[in-house]
Design a protein around this ligand. Structure first.
Ligand code: SF4
Length: 246
């Protein structure tokens, strides 16, 4: 069990070494992404639910050709309950347009589904999730992928890369490179099977590729934002060309 909730104004300085994880909150017959989203609203798989406003689950069509995986919801996402609706999300949408990716073909989600922050006065300052949070929340990511059939998986930044590809993957070293998915995942077997009917039958996931790039918030923090943005668009253009068969 978690220690008593410290109250919403107390900084989340205390660290949990372990967390029960999201697994037991995933219903056995959650056939659709909407079923998962509804169940995730009640997740208590780690302590992050206590101070955040709500679970921010993925959004987009189950038939999306591209799945973007980011780090965690930010302040605005936490308030609205939707991923990528804050400043980083706006920048990502612009980059998607500039890379000529069809926004209608995209599913957006995060490795961790609650906002982790430190309260400083009235401000809520983003804190990077720890490994315990990434591990606790990973069952939701695996469950989402079991209901998606992407052709390209775009990993945005180091936290998402850790969640999907393991701690040794370096975005800076392999960004913009198309890799085999799920063979490049830390536990590829987690992502190989997809449901094919409501009775629970599964089949091999169709082949997809993975591309890692920086998180759009890294562009907003960069000293040279224009250059960082161009790099993000260049990476996404690799994905757009792969989808177009070029
Ligand atoms: S961050 Fe993930 S595991 Fe932790 S409570 Fe939220 S949904 Fe559950």
């Amino acid at each position: 069990m978690f220690p008593p909730a410290p109250g919403r104004t107390v900084a989340m300085a205390e660290q949990t070494e372990t967390a029960p994880g999201a697994q037991k909150f995933i219903p056995p017959r959650a056939d659709t992404l909407d079923d998962l989203r509804a169940a995730a609203a009640g997740c208590r798989g780690c302590e992050l639910y206590r101070d955040a406003s709500q679970t921010v689950f993925g959004r987009g069509d189950a038939g999306a050709r591209v799945v973007f995986v980011g780090e965690q919801p930010g302040d605005m996402e936490d308030q609205k309950g939707l991923p990528f609706v804050g400043p980083a999300g706006r920048l990502l949408r612009r980059a998607v347009d500039d890379a000529r990716l069809d926004p209608g073909h995209i599913y957006l989600t995060n490795a961790v589904k609650h906002f982790r922050f430190e309260q400083r006065g009235k401000r809520r300052i983003h804190q990077t999730p720890d490994r315990v949070h990434i591990t606790a929340c990973r069952p939701w990511l695996v469950a989402e992928f079991a209901r998606l059939r992407p052709e390209i998986v775009v990993v945005l930044g180091a936290t998402a890369a850790k969640a999907l590809l393991g701690p040794t993957f370096r975005v800076t070293r392999q960004r913009g490179e198309l890799l085999p998915w799920p063979d490049s995942a830390q536990h590829p077997e987690d992502f190989r099977r997809v449901p094919v009917d409501a009775e629970g039958a599964v089949a091999d996931a169709p082949p997809a590729r993975l591309l890692a790039t920086i998180h759009p918030s890294a562009v907003l923090r960069a000293d040279d934002q224009d250059k960082a943005y161009e790099g993000l668009v260049a990476d996404l253009t690799v994905a757009a060309r792969a989808l177009a068969g070029r």
